[in-house]
Design a protein around this ligand. Structure first.
Ligand code: TXA
Ligand code: MG
Length: 342
């Protein structure tokens, strides 16, 4: 299959992309979080093609993207007051709300669960595409399953070239990690995946929010979890990763003491001078105090190591405050939860 790569997203290109979606094809498109791999969410056969293109496990449900808040009613069977409050506060934006789903939502989207994840992205071209398509768009991140999520169209091309109909290039993603996923399907709101809308922000609107175990720990592949996507090794570059948490000066000192030939390092910007000249492959995650910047850089840093041939990656990992929880979660998952606390 030839993949059309659209460098300049004109109205005409969006109309064509909308038609591809309606006809059951696959279009990769930019969002504020990461690039999505979209198909018509109401067409089970189209959605199956997403799983084939990504090599994604069948039991991992997809998020449905909508272009206006009212579309929530076409997918969710029940919309509690709390969902409306979240939508008012954080939509459009990097938040997915899991709700009981209507029977019309194909089981390919929900992976057989009785809930559906819904998100209204803030990226103008993402919303324009959904409007053009005229249907909700089911879209996971547009990477090969298990690889770091794509934050540029070049990342998408690397993984999906030849496997999908179209890639829309909207530049680099501004958030850089996938949306926050919160479930309102149980008695207490539950954070399933941390992201740009932080736990603190959710609690300011909802009060009590539980944090799913899978956010901080490894969950075995045989265990039933609330967010099936959280149990797989994920975000992983080819080389094994070790995530080192704790005070930045101490974690940098630990990594220096462990360095071997062929190692790559991801460090905080202020620690970079400690590593320069002492390690072959070095990438900065940004300032220790700026987890939002770290979120924007993380996946590109992880992918960069695949091109230079690093044999192992040692990474400084931020603490759990604010967007730091999302960055730490992705790094620990990339490390298969091989975490050293110093
Ligand atoms: O930012 C994002 O959310 C991106 C962009 C493209 O919007 N999409 C994305 O999709 O990250 P994906 O498929 O890579 O991750 C979806 C996550 C998975 O962990 C999945 O298990 C969870 O959301 N999820 C989806 N529907 C769910 C449901 N009904 N119940 C629980 N978890 C669900
Ligand atoms: Mg993904």
């Amino acid at each position: 299959m030839t993949t059309e790569f659209v460098e300049n997203i004109t109205e005409q290109a969006l109309r064509r992309a909308g038609a591809v979606i309606r006809q059951g094809g696959l279009v990769a498109f930019p969002t504020e979080t990461v690039y999505g791999l979209g198909a018509n969410a109401l067409d089970g056969a189209a959605v199956r093609r997403i799983f084939e293109a990504k090599g994604r496990p069948q039991d991992n449900p997809l998020i449905c993207h909508i272009a206006s808040p009212d579309a929530i009613y076409s997918l969710a069977r029940e919309v509690p007051e709390a969902a409306l409050r979240l939508a008012r506060e954080f939509w459009p934006g990097p938040l997915t709300i899991v709700l009981p789903c209507r029977p019309e939502v194909p089981s390919e989207v929900t992976a057989g669960l009785d809930t559906v994840g819904i998100r209204l992205p803030s990226h103008p071209q993402a919303r324009a595409l959904i409007s053009e398509a005229g249907v909700p768009i089911a879209a996971p991140s547009a990477n090969t399953s298990g690889r770091p999520s794509p934050t540029t169209a070049a990342h998408v091309l690397e993984d999906m070239g030849g496997r999908i109909d179209m890639i829309l290039d909207g530049g680099a993603c501004s958030v850089g990690v996938e949306s926050t996923v919160v479930s309102l399907a149980g008695s207490v709101p539950r954070l399933l995946r941390p992201g740009g809308v932080t736990l603190e922000m959710l609690r300011s609107v909802l009060g009590e929010v539980e944090v799913d175990r899978a956010v901080r720990e490894q969950i075995g592949a045989d265990v039933r979890v609330s967010a099936p996507g959280m149990k797989y090794r994920h975000y992983a570059p080819r080389a094994p990763v070790v995530a080192v948490t704790g005070d930045p000066q101490r974690s940098a000192a630990y990594i220096l003491s462990e360095l071997k030939d062929g190692d790559g390092v991801i460090c905080f910007e202020e620690c970079r001078p400690m590593f320069e000249g002492r390690v072959q492959y070095l990438h900065s995650l940004g300032m220790a105090s700026d987890p939002s910047d770290q979120a924007r850089r993380l996946f590109d840093d992880l992918r960069a190591f695949d091109h230079c041939g690093a044999e192992r990656i040692l990474a400084q990992c931020p603490g759990d405050d604010g967007v730091g929880l999302a960055v730490a979660n992705r790094l620990k998952k990339a490390a298969g939860f091989h975490v050293v606390e110093v």
